[in-house]
Design a protein around this ligand. Structure first.
Ligand SMILES: [Zn+2]
Length: 636
């Protein structure tokens, strides 16, 4: 057999590891680190989204606006090197859809306000103390405008200006590569759309130029960064970048608070499809409320409209993408999956360390087979059988391993890794382990955690206050394993049956059978009966009938005994035993005369629920003796 392997999902733990909050190193690479690599379908989906708000400059766009404090405009190239290298290859050359007319108009208006500066600081920042442009409430837009149009309402979107170089505490922004102070290099020519809870807001960004870095292709100083570039946000530090309200991927963006809600929904088991659908409902609701307001407003002004002979515009559909349509858009589930995955991958080292320091006082084992179905297949077979997770007393996952079997060999590797990790982080090994397979896992777990699981544990027998029930000295126990000897034993019982019609005779009756185990020690199959035990008067007969059952035949006298309803077979649930034996030997006659002691005990009001009672508990309740029923002896 091949050597079993277990693949640790968690890389080598190092308690001294320095955790950085962000996966991307400051290696000066011009290539974008916020590329979003969805599959082709996703890209198409997101591309179909409104052309508005695609904030990264690309070669199809014109040059940036003048800002006054930039180098000679003649040196500027139509597109900057930075933006060309950051476009994912599959998307290069794709033309962007034009932005909606109302959005372009509002963007142009606000750009004028953004340029209203004193010493480079926007008036918005130092007068209002916010990055958000003021926004009117919809009613104040409807009133002074005649005739009212729908775009007054759906075009009343929130805008912000993101130019950290004009913010307090930001004296200069060093180039992420060469540390030279960056300079403003005009505005990003399109607003960037950010999807929020029930609407989108838009960002006006600035481009920063490094005066010394050179474009590797042209050799000219054309390397620029957008003001919301991840590297710039990182340089600014949390004291500044925390007010940046968006979480950006390559083509789309969602607000930070929406992303926070996405994480909460994921933690609570809400799927991404449901999340995306729910978000769309919220957007539609907000949009339809605007329509509702619009229609009621029209009803109010109808007399005036009639007098003027006016006809009003119809409120367009949410995703109407005509030139002045609302271009409503909510990202797909696969977009949310990508952005969530990206976040988790960025935080992978921190999550690993957090998991590594969890204690494991009481643990549990669990196999899951969902993930591995998606991992890899070889000739339509899955070499990896599942993920083995261990959880601690707080329900937190402590380790996850990919395993090729659910057997003990793989579990042992995983648990010994866990033991090493616990030792490394100064935790005690577990005192308690939970499993749904006590019989199979008990010895295995006690071996793995030999120093802790068995420590100070004193096994308590149930009913230990009672005296043990022992077999009386004068009883004769005999093992019978041939048809002849079995017939002889059975005949001696049958002969004692009185000839009167209806006279009964009681024997003690029990059966044992063979069991098959799975690789993890679980009983997977109850085999045929191996042993019938009959107690009668001073005799206990152990009838070894395994071979005979295998050939589907039983000695004739034993058959007669089993078929005789006047010989009562007393035991715990003998009915089921008799039925399975009858089926095993394919007897045409009914095996009958079962007499269930548990039912008798219930009739006599000794027990309440017979399903919870064992022979040992019946023995303790009725005879006040302890019946030792050792598991390991029974299964041997
Ligand atoms: Zn530079």
């Amino acid at each position: 057999m091949a050597e079993p392997i277990a693949i640790l999902l968690q890389p080598g733990e190092d308690s001294q590891q320095i955790i950085v909050s962000d996966g991307d190193g400051d290696d000066g690479d011009i290539e974008s680190d916020d590329e979003w690599e969805g599959d082709t379908e996703d890209k198409c989906l997101e591309d179909k989204a409104s052309g508005a708000g695609l904030g990264v400059e690309d070669e199809s766009m014109g040059c940036a606006e003048d800002d006054g404090d930039e180098p000679n405009p003649a040196e500027r190239e139509p597109a900057d090197a930075d933006s060309i290298t950051r476009v994912p290859h599959a998307l290069r050359g794709l033309k962007r859809q034009p932005i909606a007319l109302w959005l372009a108009k509002r963007f142009a208006e606000l750009l004028v306000q953004a340029k209203d500066r004193i010493n480079g600081v926007p008036r918005l920042y130092y007068e209002l103390g916010t990055i958000w442009f003021p926004r009117k409430d919809s009613l104040f837009l409807l009133m002074p405008n005649w005739p009212p149009t729908p775009d007054l309402l759906y075009g009343n979107v929130q805008f912000l200006l993101w130019d950290p170089l004009g913010m307090p505490m930001v004296v200069a922004i060093p180039c992420p590569v060469c540390k030279t102070h960056l300079k403003r290099h005009g505005y990003i020519s399109r607003p960037r759309q950010v999807v929020d809870f029930n609407e989108s807001f838009y960002m006006i960004g600035v481009r920063y130029l490094c005066p010394t870095c050179r474009n590797p292709k042209s050799g000219r100083c054309t390397v620029t960064y957008s003001s919301w570039d991840k590297r710039i946000l990182k340089i600014l530090g949390p004291e500044v970048s925390n007010i940046f309200p968006a979480w950006l991927s390559w083509r789309c963006a969602i607000s930070k608070r929406l992303f926070g809600w996405l994480r909460t929904c994921m933690q609570s088991g809400m799927g991404l499809k449901q999340f995306s659908d729910g978000l769309r409902v919220q957007h539609l609701l907000a949009y339809h409320e605007l329509e509702h307001q619009y229609l009621h407003y029209l009803r109010r002004v109808r007399p005036m409209a009639k007098a003027l002979g006016r006809v009003f515009q119809k409120f367009p559909a949410y995703d109407d993408a005509s030139p002045n349509g609302p271009h409503g858009y909510v990202p797909s589930a696969s977009f949310f999956r990508n952005i969530y995955d990206q976040f988790m991958e960025d935080h992978r080292p921190a999550i690993h360390q957090q998991v590594s320091v969890l204690s494991f006082g009481a643990g549990s084992l669990d196999h899951s087979h969902k993930l591995t179905k998606h991992v890899a297949s070889l000739n339509h077979k899955h070499p990896l059988q599942g993920v083995l997770s261990t959880g601690n007393q707080n329900g937190e996952i402590r380790t996850m391993h990919l395993v090729t079997t659910t057997g003990h060999s793989q579990t042992e590797l995983a648990l010994s890794e866990l033991l090493k990790s616990l030792e490394l982080f100064g935790h005690d090994p577990p005192n308690v382990m939970f499993t749904d397979n006590i019989l199979g896992d008990k010895h295995f777990l006690e071996d793995v955690f030999s120093n802790s699981l068995r420590k100070d544990v004193i096994a308590m027998e149930a009913y230990s206050h009672l005296d043990e029930l022992t077999i009386p000295q004068d009883l004769n126990v005999s093992v019978r394993n041939t048809p002849l000897s079995i017939n002889e034993a059975c005949r001696s019982i049958l002969n004692d049956l009185p000839n009167d019609r209806g006279a009964k005779l009681v024997v003690g009756f029990d059966m044992e059978w063979n069991v098959n185990y799975s690789a993890n020690g679980r009983i997977v199959h109850r085999g045929p009966t191996g042993l019938v035990q009959i107690a009668y008067q001073k005799h206990i007969y152990l009838l070894q009938i395994g071979d005979m059952v295998a050939e589907a035949r039983l000695p004739s006298e034993l058959m007669a005994l089993l078929e005789n309803p006047n010989i009562l077979k007393a035991g715990k649930n003998p009915c089921g035993d008799l039925r399975s034996l009858q089926e095993a030997v394919r007897s045409p006659m009914l095996f009958q005369g079962a007499f269930d002691l548990a039912k008798l005990a219930k009739q006599k009001c000794v027990v309440y629920d017979i399903r919870k009672e064992s022979l040992a508990s019946l023995c303790a309740r009725t005879l006040h003796y302890r019946l030792n029923k050792n598991l390991s002896e029974r299964i041997s």
